[in-house]
Design a protein. Structure first.
Length: 62
């Protein structure tokens, strides 16, 4: 059988492009000092420091 493809709305595509562009710009200004393993280009990933507080929007913090 064929490969399953997920429909990605245009706003989500634009958001992913903007994130890729911002990462490329940041890396050009602040090059990484440690050559890290090849980074997966996944714009949907959220990078957050361990132990960071999360604002749930209902007044509570996790």
């Amino acid at each position: 059988m064929g490969e399953v493809r997920r429909f990605v709305p245009r706003p989500e595509q634009e958001r992913a492009r903007l994130i890729r562009d911002a990462r490329a710009l940041y890396d050009s200004v602040f090059p990484p000092t440690d050559p890290a393993p090849e980074r997966r280009d996944d714009a949907s990933a959220i990078y957050m420091p361990a132990g960071a507080e999360i604002d749930r929007g209902d007044g509570g913090v996790s």
